[in-house]
Design a protein around this ligand. Structure first.
Ligand code: NAD
Ligand code: USQ
Length: 392
């Protein structure tokens, strides 16, 4: 297959691009490298020393005889170039990671809120629009988030895969319909993913585009069989208060002896998936595209759920690092349960990588190797959901 990976220089995108190329697909990465600029803006770096995109691609060429092409392009802004690229490559599939993905970053200031909405919504709309013009038969695989469903409102119900049967009542009449599960985003970033869902619904209905939306949980881990082939292929490892996600942060904190930063009670339950399963899921989704005219195919891309304080207790028990309960910088439910249906990807053949002592230790080992690169002043999250004077 010819596959274009939008956002292929990022954490999930890089590992996916290597895996797809290793599987024999012809891969073109499209990325505007904004994530590297954001590191400069925030004064942080990936804990792992990621190489320039040129060096990464040269290393891949030397390691495997399956070159990956690269085009530097802003998916949200360079519409004409994007459409021309789709027309010239004629990809069978497009994998779309090219969005601003950190909830704390999206909440930092009015500029960050507007940037996140502008970038994410325009990127998705541009991709869909260009597909209609240039490659209407291609399959779009988008990385969405479990966060579109929200946390704490499912009242013990299992969260379905995107759709729910509902009875609508209005003015004395009622109708049984299938609708998108009601959205309940917890940050500006998560809200952009709910807006993406409407764009998909519309373009699938009007233009019969083939779209798979993968509602992914929090990705943990860092290395995959391909990123392990050469140190120049090393994947990103974000640990800072904006981009670091909870489990990788705790493992990295354990590696440097920093107290584990639990927000509030730690009663938040979230869905998780290992980076090796992320790439497995995307490969599986690509192998079985929906038909043209089908509704958007939504699959929950997660393998297990965990409560934040349980993860902290597990890692504290393994490593002896203390747990610290911080004031929660976010506005979120202090406690929630979470049951999630994930049958679709299991049916397609996903073999879940479960959280285990061995895998946790692997991440701690990577973090220990690069601990000298950590700036401890960047660990605690400084982005607040509600400014102190505005709080109730
Ligand atoms: P990332 O920030 O590491 O990678 C995103 C990449 O997209 C970066 O290389 C960035 O430069 C690029 N990009 C952003 N805007 C662009 C634009 N306008 N034009 C071209 N390139 C652009 O993020 P990630 O962790 O790899 O996440 C990838 C996707 O997966 C995101 O859409 C995110 O919402 C989703 N996701 C991630 C996680 C997670 O835990 N990391 C969990 C669920 C869903
Ligand atoms: N948390 C802590 N301590 C920390 C960091 C986070 O207690 O040091 C808590 C947060 O308050 C939150 C939970 O852990 O309750 C998850 O936070 P996170 O930063 O790991 O995840 P989140 O902000 O939801 O975002 C990440 C990715 C995003 C993706 C999402 C999937 O950055 O791209 O969409 O996970 S999900 O959570 O399923 O919506």
């Amino acid at each position: 297959m010819k596959v274009i990976v939008l956002g292929g220089d990022g954490f999930c995108g890089w590992a996916t691009s290597l895996h797809l190329a290793a599987e024999g697909h012809e891969v073109t990465i499209v990325d505007n490298l904004v994530r590297r600029q954001t590191d400069v803006e925030l004064g942080v770096q990936s804990l792992t020393p990621i190489r320039s995109i040129e060096e990464r691609l040269a290393a891949w060429r030397e390691t495997r005889n399956a070159p990956i092409d690269f085009v530097q392009l802003d998916v949200a802004k360079d519409y004409d170039r994007l459409e021309a690229l789709f027309a010239s490559i004629q990809p069978n599939a497009i994998v779309h990671f090219a969005e601003q993905r950190a909830a704390p970053y999206s909440m930092k200031s009015p500029r960050h809120k507007r940037y996140t909405v502008d970038n994410n919504v325009n990127a998705t709309n541009a991709v869909l629009c260009a597909m209609v013009e240039a490659v209407p038969d291609a399959h779009l695989v988008h990385l969405g988030t479990m966060g579109v469903y929200g946390y704490g409102k499912s009242k013990g119900m299992t969260i379905p895969e995107g759709y729910i049967d509902a009875t609508l009542r209005s003015h004395g009449a009622q109708a049984d319909v299938e609708i998108l599960y009601p959205v309940d985003p917890g940050s500006i970033y998560h809200m952009t993913k709910t807006l993406d869902q409407l764009l998909f619904l519309y373009y699938a209905k009007n233009d019969s585009l083939k779209i798979t939306d993968l509602h992914q949980g929090i990705v943990w881990g860092t290395s995959t069989p391909e990123t392990d082939l050469d140190e120049r292929l090393v994947n990103r490892f974000d640990y800072d208060g904006d981009y670091g996600t909870v489990l990788n942060r705790f493992l990295m904190q354990a590696a440097i002896g920093h107290p584990l930063t639990v927000h509030g009670t730690g009663g938040q339950t979230r869905a998780f998936i290992h980076i090796r399963d992320t790439i497995q899921c995307i490969a599986l989704a690509l192998k079985s595209p929906p038909e043209r005219g089908e509704r958007v195919r939504i699959m929950n891309q997660m393998t297990e759920t965990h409560r934040v304080r349980d993860l902290a207790a597990l890692i504290a028990g393994l490593t002896g690092v203390p747990v610290e309960q911080l004031d929660n910088p976010r506005r979120e439910m202090p406690e929630n349960d979470l049951k999630v249906a994930n049958n679709s990807l299991l049916k397609l053949g996903l073999e879940p990588t479960r959280l285990s002592q061995g895998l946790l230790s692997e991440v701690v080992e990577v973090a220990t190797r690069y601990r000298h690169r950590c700036d401890t002043s960047k660990i605690v999250c400084s982005s607040l959901w509600v400014r102190p004077q505005a709080a109730e």
